[in-house]
Design a protein around this ligand. Sequence first.
Ligand SMILES: [Zn+2]
Length: 90
Amino acid sequence: MALNGGLARLSRETMPSVLFPQAPVVRFAPETNTCPCGASLLVQKTRRKKVLTMIGPFIARETVAQCALCSRTFRSDTLLRLVASRSNVV
Ligand SMILES: [Zn+2]
């Protein structure tokens, strides 16, 4: 439907990724949603950071989760591996 298409385009154009076309936004979240202690994880926060890799910069939009019971925090293993492998975090 034409209306839906227009709304989708509008929301895309207001995304920060459009303002920085060279740095797409990639979302990362913990690979698990259950703590080893057995409790469910809650989203603690989301944060953005610019990551420079060999294939170019991108904006990582990272979701950090926290166990509701033992307060252990969980991050995206994928993002941690990317950042650890000789790339710079700004
Ligand atoms: Zn826990």
